[in-house]
Write a protein that binds this ligand. Structure first.
Ligand SMILES: Nc1ncnc2c1ncn2[C@@H]1O[C@H](COP(=O)(O)OP(=O)(O)OP(=O)(O)O)[C@@H](O)[C@H]1O
Ligand SMILES: [Mg+2]
Length: 428
């Protein structure tokens, strides 16, 4: 049947001859360090949804945990075909470099495909045979995400590998990606409030902090708005561990690796040298914070020249209260105090420091964001602080344009582009 738990898993090894992916930052190959460990055999009869007592794993392990071996259900291709109604186009949730993501329905306990009204919704990511991402990233996802459990990491439930078919099955994140909420102008999407943006930033920061403080530090390497998914309560969870790497060992400060990631988010030292630091992730976090504050994409070639790269033009505005007003997302007007905005801007600036060692740790980032969140509440409760809202004078972010290269399916019927932040075909 190919789907039983505990069935022997095909031995996986990184694809050594894989060409660079489109949408990727790629430079000369610096080292051929394998991206992942070998996939261990899989055995377990629970699929990480609950402890069997009605309490979720996240409640039992609020600080997260790392399993010895991936705890995943192996699906037969036919099962996933049934679960997604034969990969029906109207079940498409979105599309990325790996392929399309479909909505599927399975039984909560057995994870068998289900047509019951009580069926659990899952997200099924299916490799597009033309994708340049492939086995290596699929394997990394299984090895990393399959073993990681934390309230701010998307739960990988299982996978399918049959012939050329590679699929991944995740918990369904009802509100989609942060990218959709920040940059899509659909009628269905209300702009994210200041409060929600802070909540999302804190959740994503906790996810990264967990990775960075785990025993073998894990560098996520692909922190960006499209990889932050939101559940029905806007809890943020990191997805996509295809580029994740174990941190440096033996007293080294960094790992040397082929440059991969996404333009606009990748840290400058990494792009320039291939030296990947834990703090390279902090830079990516700073870029996303900047996107959340400004409502502008990290890269957008439809902005006036000189403003294509958000960090380049926005960095000088972050340290000055008055200049900051020009940067803030107009859709946030009236929702935050200038003190909170300035503190968030200062934190962003520190995350974007040129030298990795001058960036804060993610633990510190979490604490600072929590402080900002508390500030806001306090200023609301005590009437002594007049709320001084920052005025704005810039025009809304231009609507995404369609890309012939990567038509995107976001389930809203609007096909929009990856072109703005995935600026060139060699970028992801
Ligand atoms: N678990 C999930 N639940 C709900 N929607 C999801 C889930 N995973 C992905 N999606 C949707 O599918 C879209 C595509 O996701 P995917 O991770 O494949 O690509 P991406 O992150 O946009 O790009 P990249 O390939 O560069 O990572 C997401 O933006 C999101 O809308
Ligand atoms: Mg993604």
């Amino acid at each position: 049947m190919g789907n039983c738990v505990g069935a022997p898993v095909k031995s996986l090894s990184p694809a050594s001859t894989r060409p660079p992916s489109p949408g990727r930052l790629t430079t000369k190959s610096i080292s051929s360090t394998p991206t992942t460990e070998k996939l261990s055999s899989i055995s377990n009869s629970t699929f990480g949804q609950s402890t069997g007592s009605g309490i979720s794993i996240d409640e039992v392990y609020p600080e997260g945990r790392i399993l010895e071996v991936p705890n995943l259900r192996i699906f037969a291709f036919a099962e996933l075909k049934t679960a997604t109604k034969n990969f029906k186009p109207d079940t498409v949730l979105g599309e990325g470099g790996f392929g399309r993501v479909y909505k599927g329905w399975v039984d909560e306990k057995s994870l068998n495909p289900s047509k019951s009204v009580a069926a659990m919704v899952v997200a099924v990511k299916k490799l597009n045979p033309e994708s340049m991402q492939g086995l290596e990233e699929w394997q990394s996802e299984v090895n990393f995400l399959g073993r990681l459990s934390h309230p701010n990491l998307v739960r990988l439930l299982g996978y399918c590998w049959e012939d050329k078919e590679l699929l991944l099955v995740y918990e369904f994140m009802a509100k989609g990606s942060l990218e959709n909420h920040l940059f899509r102008r659909g009628a269905a999407l209300q702009p994210l409030s200041w409060k929600l943006r802070l909540k999302i930033a804190i959740g994503a920061a906790r996810g990264l902090a967990f990775l960075h403080t785990s025993e073998k530090q894990i560098i996520y390497r692909d922190f960006k708005a499209s990889n932050i998914l939101l559940d029905s309560n806007y809890n943020a969870k990191l997805s996509d561990f295809g580029l994740a790497k174990n941190g440096p060992t033996g007293g080294e400060s960094h790992v040397s690796t082929r440059v991969m990631g996404t333009y606009g988010y990748a840290a400058p030292e990494y792009v320039a040298t291939g030296h990947l630091y834990v703090k390279s992730d902090v830079y990516g976090f700073g870029v996303v914070l900047l996107e959340m504050l400004s409502g502008q994409r990290a890269l957008d070639t439809s902005r006036p020249s000189g403003k294509h790269n958000l960090v380049d033009w926005a960095k000088p505005l972050l340290s000055d209260r008055r200049k900051l007003a020009r940067l803030m997302d107009p859709r946030l007007e009236g929702q935050y105090s200038s003190k909170a905005a300035l503190k968030a801007a200062q934190l962003t600036l520190r995350c974007l420091a040129g030298e990795p060692k001058n960036r804060p740790s993610m633990k510190e980032v979490v604490e600072t964001l929590e402080h900002i969140e508390a500030l806001k509440t306090r200023s609301k409760e005590s009437k002594d602080l007049p709320s001084r809202h920052i005025a704005r004078n810039h025009s809304p972010t231009p609507v995404h344009q369609c890309s012939p290269l990567h038509p995107r399916h976001d389930g809203t019927g609007s096909s929009s582009s990856r072109a703005n932040h995935h600026q060139s075909p060699t970028l992801r």
